[in-house]
Write a protein that binds this ligand. Structure first.
Ligand SMILES: NC(=O)c1ccc[n+]([C@@H]2O[C@H](COP(=O)([O-])OP(=O)(O)OC[C@H]3O[C@@H](n4cnc5c(N)ncnc54)[C@H](OP(=O)(O)O)[C@@H]3O)[C@@H](O)[C@H]2O)c1
Length: 268
């Protein structure tokens, strides 16, 4: 079976590429590094040639990716792709602005689909992300989440769910909310980070407009910065305070706890 993995150098695409290859699938890894660019449709046909199943990471940092992705999905269908596993977000419902419109397009165009709706990524604490940058530069995590809890998830666990859904005979045609094993506040996450690494980290709570201002200052487009800050406000009101059994159900093993993830990725 040939699977096209978009975002193949990214947080979920990279581990997914490894898992699919180990399982015996033929993987085409697509990102700008391999000559595939969402903003250049001339690169799309070659990526889709001979592909049966697709892992879809929509263009990142674009407030409305659907106009770029819908024509690609139509082309994919014409090229013989039957199944698409979309990386969306726990904060996004079908038809919502942004990724919700991509979700809608996948449901309309693909006969077989799965929509992954993961909670926030544990990688945000260690990768190239405002949370990780704040920790490295100032020992601070700045959010607009108050005491709201988030069930952070390891992107490798999301990739394992994606692999299971791409390889299964039946992929259920539904969405899957994916979380880690426990929900913690950013203050609690900061304390875990400190315990595991010995690096003092504290949580600073700001308002959503202040957070949006900081994101814009860091170079994010204004509409994207505002959308991200609004998600923090939802977390403050409890939107991410829940755990699901999706990783266990789809992969047969438990999701990784934040403490273990940080121990493996930051040291200690
Ligand atoms: N971070 C979170 O907490 C979180 C939570 C829930 C959902 N999500 C969702 O997860 C998705 C992925 O986010 P991420 O931050 O983890 O990103 P990522 O997958 O680590 O990185 C983006 C990937 O897309 C590729 N890419 C970027 N621009 C491209 C372009 N113009 N054409 C083709 N490929 C391109 C990049 O590779 P190249 O640079 O080689 O092109 C990279 O492989 C987003 O839709 C986000 O909303 C994130």
């Amino acid at each position: 079976m040939k699977v096209l993995v978009t975002g193949a150098t990214g947080n979920t695409g990279k581990p997914l590429t490894g898992l699919l290859t180990e399982a015996g699938a033929t993987v085409r890894a697509a990102s700008r590094r391999s000559g595939f660019d969402w903003s250049d449709p001339e690169t799309h046909a070659a990526a889709l040639d001979g592909v049966e199943r697709l892992y879809l990471v929509a263009p990142v940092g674009v407030a409305e990716p659907e106009p770029l992705v819908r024509p690609f999905l139509a082309r994919a269908r014409e090229a013989g792709v039957r199944r698409t596993v979309l990386l969306s977000s726990s904060a996004v419902r079908t038809g919502d602005p942004g990724l919700g419109r991509v979700d809608q397009a996948v449901r309309e165009i693909m006969p077989e689909f799965a929509v992954l709706r993961p909670s926030w990524f544990m990688r945000n604490f260690v990768g190239d992300h405002p949370v990780a940058n704040g920790i490295r530069e100032r020992g601070e995590i700045v959010t607009a989440t108050g005491d709201g809890r988030v069930a952070f998830v390891d992107p490798a666990d999301i990739a394992a769910c994606a692999a299971a859904l791409l390889l299964a005979d039946d992929c259920e045609n539904t969405d899957h909310v994916i979380t880690g094993p426990e929900a913690v506040s950013y203050a609690e996450a900061a304390a875990i980070y400190t315990e595991v690494t010995g690096v003092p980290v504290r949580h600073i709570d700001v308002t959503a407009p202040e957070l949006a201002r900081r994101f814009t200052e860091a170079g994010y487009p204004e509409d994207f910065a505002a959308a991200l800050a609004a998600l923090d406000e939802d977390i403050r009101h409890g939107s991410e305070d829940r755990v699901t059994g999706t990783v266990q159900r789809l992969t047969g093993r438990a999701p990784k706890p934040l403490r273990r993830f940080l121990a493996e990725h930051v040291g200690g």
